[in-house]
Ligand binder design. Sequence first.
Ligand code: FE2
Length: 377
Amino acid sequence: MKEYRCLPCPVTLKIVTTIDRAEANDSGILVWMSDKAQPLELSWIWVRDHSEDPTSLDPVNRQREVDTFSLDRTSMAKSVDLVDGRVQVEWTDGSPTSLLSSGLLSSLSPAAPMARPWRSPSELEVEFVPFDEVMHTNAGLRRWLEAIGRNGFGLVSGVPTDQASAQSLASRIGYVRRTIFGDMWTLSSEVVEHADSAYGSATLEPHTDGCYSHDGPGMQMFACSERTGTGGESVMVDGFAAADVLRSMDPDSFDLLTRVSVPGHYIEAGIHLQASRPTITLHADGSIRQVTFNNYDRSPFLLPAAEMAAWYNAYSAFHELLVDEASWWTHRLEPGDALMFDNWRCLHGRLAYTGTRVFHGCYVNHEDLESRLRVTA
Ligand SMILES: [Fe+2]
């Protein structure tokens, strides 16, 4: 039986398979999983360190109970068997029986990413999930979460236009992150207490928020509460897809953007936030972890002349991909519509507008989206 689960970071779809066979060799155990031709090679110390017996692992919170550092690294198995679908190991030194489940061993294989990169809105399947379904059913919540995981953003309709309802909606994923803007904030051209380009009515180029935070917010939500006039469409662009295009078109520029740390700042009376990270950050396997791009908030930095010139070329090449309107999903949010997006993947922008455009906004942590995906069936 295949069980679909979301396992480790970032947003992934994991298939749990079964154990076909387990055999000891001189250095440990070979385990054949039902979906792989090649066996997993598990050393003796690894088996004891990862045993799921109750003296080694807390069965509820999955915290390690075994003292890794006092384990005898030379001890060997007396027997290795497959019992009730699990690998069972008895030890020559009389240590507690070790147990390894198929779920544990399946989790070691790279998980399929849930994200489907898109370079055109025609590649997207977009739906608005009704507010009541998201709030009151796991199936509705799951549809919203999977859209965010797949496309980098997800939409909800029928959201009551008060701020408390918007907060309740965001809290279906995780707690609202408190920042200098408070927990929930209002975004409109009438707000005057923040001297930021977001609080205006001009066009805003695609950007990510929180370049001035060492841990830029993972998720951001806009819930529209008032709307009159013209324009003001919200813009989404898939930063991961744009970075992948840059990697294939111009690998040197891509590489430079993964190495040069770019500072960003936020300044108003009594506040001067600043942080720095590369425009594109990668996981250890080379896949893209996060895109950070906000030319409005970039603060001064200087490289040696030749590298500075190369950086401007690379940064401009990436910008050109991001402002390619053919790659934008644009939509005018109306009262009752909410847009939650992955601020590490999708850049957001706005077309110029007239009239009134009021959003309730907030940030949510990326790990809380990942957690909700893992636990919501
Ligand atoms: Fe923004």
